[in-house]
Design a protein around this ligand. Sequence first.
Ligand SMILES: [Fe+2]
Length: 710
Amino acid sequence: MAIGMLTLAVASAAGEADLVARDETDGRIMLREWSTSDGGAVRLGESVGQAEFPLRTQVEIPPSLRVNDLLLYVELQGKTSVFVDGVETRPGRGDLIVCPIDAEKPASIRVHEPYSEGRGMTPPRFRQAEIRAYLHGTGRVISMIEMSRGPLGLDGKEIDSWDAESLQQWSGEIEIPIAIQGLQLRGEKLLLKVRAYPEGEVLIGGAAAGRIRGKGTVVLCEQAQPGRKVPFKITLRGRKEEWLTARARILPQAFVDAEKRKIAFDAAWMRWRRLFAQHPEADRWAKQAMASPLALAGVKDYPECREGLARAERALEEFESLLRREGENFFIVRPYLQDIRPDSVKVLWESMFPYEGLLECGSASHRTPMGTLHEATISGLEPGRTYTYRVRCGRLWSRTGTFRTPDPSSKRARFAVWGDNRTDPLMHERVVIEMATAKPDIAVNVGDVVTTGENLPEWVDEYLEPLRFLGRDVATYIAIGNHEYGGFELGPVPPFEARVAHPTTSPGSTEYCYSFDHGPCHFIVLDPNQAKGLKGLRIPPGSAQYKWLLEDLDRSKGARWRFAFFHQPPYSECWSGGYYDGEVHLREEIVPILEQARIDIVFSGHTHDYERGLPHPPYDPATGNGNFVTYIITGGGGSPLDDHKYRDWPQIDIPDHGADPKSDDPDGGMYYQYHFCLIEIDGDRLRFTAHRVDPGGGPGGILDSFELSK
Ligand SMILES: [Fe+2]
């Protein structure tokens, strides 16, 4: 969508002052250093292994932040306790503590983690802690809502005491509990949520209760009577090779009813949280928003939980109407750059309420049509020049963004590559912050940016919101991953198309497979998720994408450096919990043409580690031996890391420890790390550096580096 150049005078409504959106990073204190009970210092991110492990830290709040409401965020795992100034603080959700800190005195924080287990190099998660400053008056609301989300994240009680009569049959007695996840059962209907692959027959109390295909629920009892014992049996059916260990959980019916409301409530809350984080006058609405957490406070059982959610939903609706009446608006996604060229760049953003967007760049203004998803093209730019821009939303102006247009005659380039950031937005944010510090010209993500593509809030929460530290000033690109296709298998992915603006100038390219030039480099981005063959995903010879690739390789012959990006790797050595060694079809059908074209580096993700193979020429297309191409896997953008090496490929040099295809146990390899790659090109020389990111935030040293030359 191209927006023409036009100049407008920006007028504010009478009596309204322009406001600049606050940046959540203004007041964040990352807690990185802790001392142990025996006096030794521990840096966040170090692995502590199995230990009873009390840690302490004392935080002096800087005077500039004392006017704010300060909240302590501590991420936890299972059995962690947190004490603030000697008082134990309980988790609200299963994995998060959010509690107010007194700004006037130094806070003393103690974390006690009795059952921490080091898993490979992945450190225990409790040590992700920080203090965030919010506008005065909003902290109480935010902490209450964060904590009141607690009872809603339930997934029932797992049945763990049962006997396997054979690989096919599982049986036992379920004793109806008094409470599930702290909420008392008061005679409500209970369900049994069963996993049975490929199919399973379930008997409850000797009677047939239902047949499950994969996952499903059956009725366990109409009225919960705590202490009563109910016999059950699950018998797997279908092909024996597909049988998986059956699993079951008890789930109150009221929870199932509440779950739908919970999803709506959580999504609404994530939007309001952005208002409180960015609007300089957010305290005006804090009182109204209070109604929501109060509706949820103190629920004791499942029906109350369900009713509390309904009240919270109504309160949020009223709050929303109030904001609309007052003509307020704010950014759901702050402005981010796409498709930067020597003479143009695109800016995208999303607003809470529909409005006609306004972007200013120098003396020019650009309008976007009424809506919530906005895209403006700034054109008429000159190569190699620095520009600034800002976007208006309601009474708010975004922070000013700065970008530099590429210069086609330049012999230099500097770009970052990262991938597989899904599922852990906080860790993704830490990787993005380090990447922004490296100041790349552009950055390419090799995919799996969200957990499930059809779950729309994830595009903001998992990808675009953490990206705000980089995306305002640096254009980013995505090589789409299998998780983006979640719910849209093999078909178009509308939320992806709506949130990227990839260059499609090359004839036959799409936003899924495209190419572009940047200085002396040519970038080719492919998508193997659109077709499946007998041996997995593929880009079939003869398909439109395959033909486009051949043409693009031909057209770009003159480029000094050429790079290809696609999510699934042709060669991979590491994975977690089951054998995987890369994609057969890509090795057989795509590698030969990339090798023949002498592409310099192929970047992939999909496996959550760092892997690298320098050239081992010559390449023999008949046997697939050898390689002219450098193969990189950069899947350490935030997703839970892999932990086992299954295969040794001659094309991959790192990780260099031994492979064990028969075991799924963690092997502690040093390349299962959060990281990003930085590529610096100067004429005929290329310097590559993989930067490790500390799991607690901050730089983690150099993971790998090498140079290539022409
Ligand atoms: Fe993947």
